[in-house]
Design a protein around this ligand. Structure first.
Ligand code: ATP
Ligand code: ZN
Length: 291
């Protein structure tokens, strides 16, 4: 079987082809530009490749309500040209095959549950901490959509006592994304995260915010695995610091074995599909659309 996958990010698009084992056989990537031009490149890539289905994990917010006339649209993004754009319907006019469609983070959560760190489990959370923060929610064997779709990157956080940075989220100022996404690190410390040394105080502050959010989501959703991906999480020293913050926040209240000091290294983890997490997630959505 040949399944197409589209990982549509705010800065770049990755298109690929893979199989039912989650093996990516081919991939290309190009920048996210005006939608008509960008979609044309996707169509050109898949033309003649004889894929049986295509899965799309898209930047949001997007409409994933199958009963809506605007199912498959990108909705209120500030990205030029993409606001209220019929992303999925435009592709469906070109290819008469089943399509899977979900948020980029739900796709990544689903990919990790199908072939990666949460394989065999019926729940997991996938955080991406990059230019923005997004959270994919897989619970009781299903991706969670709800009213629109979860927007866990924008939950409110308690401020670090030594932090005077106001936060960059245009909606909330100091929500999680406003305080902990890549641009917040850069604006607070006047240097890119990738340029800060591993022992810089930025990382303790970063772990403070992410740890709080993860502890909150453990209380709310009780996931069986928490996966932390995205550019900022390339700073691997953050993992032990975040685990420690999660334990400090929960303070023994959640008595699951996974949260014990001896087990938490296997509970809060990087994506095991690595930088393929997004594309494999879209592949998994495409495969599901065939069933
Ligand atoms: N090694 C690193 N250490 C710290 N920060 C990093 C590192 N690499 C990238 N970043 C930060 O991560 C952000 C980019 O995130 P990412 O690589 O996940 O891409 P993205 O697709 O633009 O993000 P998003 O998924 O939010 O759209 C930038 O703010 C960048 O400064
Ligand atoms: Zn916000």
């Amino acid at each position: 079987m040949r399944i197409g996958a589209i990982e549509a990010g705010g800065t770049k698009i990755v298109c690929g082809i893979g199989n039912e084992q989650g093996i990516i056989e081919d991939r290309v990537s190009f920048p996210t530009e005006q939608p008509d031009k960008t979609i044309r490149k996707m169509v050109e890539y898949f033309q003649g490749k004889q894929v049986d289905a295509i899965g799309i994990g898209s930047f949001g917010p997007i409409n994933i309500d199958r009963s809506s006339p605007e199912y498959g649209y990108v909705t209120t993004t500030p990205k030029p040209g993409w606001s209220n754009y019929p992303f999925l319907p435009t592709l469906q006019r070109e290819f008469d095959i089943p399509f899977g469609w979900d948020t980029d983070v739900n796709a990544a959560a689903f990919g990790e549950a199908t072939w990666g760190a949460a394989r065999g489990l019926d729940s997991c959370l996938y955080y991406t901490i990059g230019t923005g923060i997004g959270v994919g929610v897989y619970a009781e064997g299903k991706l969670v959509h709800g009213l629109l779709h979860p927007e866990g990157g924008h939950i409110l956080t308690r401020r670090h006592p030594d932090d005077s940075y106001e936060g960059f989220c245009p909606y909330h100022g100091d929500c999680l994304e406003g305080m902990a996404a890549g641009p917040a690190i850069e604006r607070r410390w006047k240097a890119k995260g990738s340029e800060l040394p591993q022992d810089h105080p930025a990382w303790a502050m970063e772990a403070f915010y992410i740890g709080q959010a993860v502890a909150g989501s453990i209380l709310l959703l009780s996931p069986k695995k928490v996966i932390l991906g995205g550019g900022v999480m390339h700073q691997s020293q953050l993992f032990p610091m975040i685990r420690e913050e999660v334990r400090r926040n929960l303070n023994g209240y959640v008595s699951a074995e996974a949260i014990l000091e001896s087990a938490i290294d296997d509970y809060i983890v990087p994506p095991s599909l690595g930088d393929n997490a997004g594309l494999c997630g879209s592949l998994a959505l495409g495969l599901k659309a065939l069933q």
